[in-house]
Design a protein around this ligand. Structure first.
Ligand SMILES: [Zn+2]
Length: 140
């Protein structure tokens, strides 16, 4: 394998790694965006369905195919919302490693991917409390 091939492979790996990192960062906000988008879409469909049923009732006839289609759409939207929430829950109790950007369980002390020491939220709070106390004692 030539040096050029090596360089190409390294560049590709780097691009992949950056891409993955960006994907991870986007994910969490994407999930929130998807959740609120799905919720409003579901509300819209529910209103449509309600109005459709109401009009059909008044008219004394119902287009069953149209009804089935609406119900199916609503069901799919609800399923998407459910999986979006599941994904959000999966992300809960996970921290992003400050060194490599991997998602790691919040109760771990070390990143499983790169081995960096992870500072837990509780530790951070404790550190901040100590710092605040120091600031207070030492003054400006
Ligand atoms: Zn790491």
């Amino acid at each position: 394998m030539s040096i050029l091939d090596d360089l190409m492979i390294n560049a590709k790996t780097a691009v992949d790694a950056v891409g993955k990192k960006a994907e991870m960062v986007i994910d969490s906000s994407k999930l929130k965006y998807a959740e609120s988008g799905l919720q409003s879409e579901i509300h819209k469909k529910e209103r449509e369905l309600g109005s459709f049923v109401y009009k059909s009732y008044i008219a004394g006839e119902m287009d069953k195919d149209a009804l089935a289609k609406m119900v199916q759409e609503l069901r799919e939207l609800n399923e998407s919302l459910e999986s979006t929430r599941e994904l959000k829950n999966l992300r809960k109790n996970k921290h992003t490693c400050p060194t490599c950007g991997a998602l790691v369980s919040a109760d771990l002390s070390y990143c499983g991917k790169c081995g960096a020491k992870l500072v837990s939220a509780a530790d951070k709070e404790a550190q901040q409390a100590v710092k605040d106390a120091e600031d207070e004692i030492l003054g400006d």
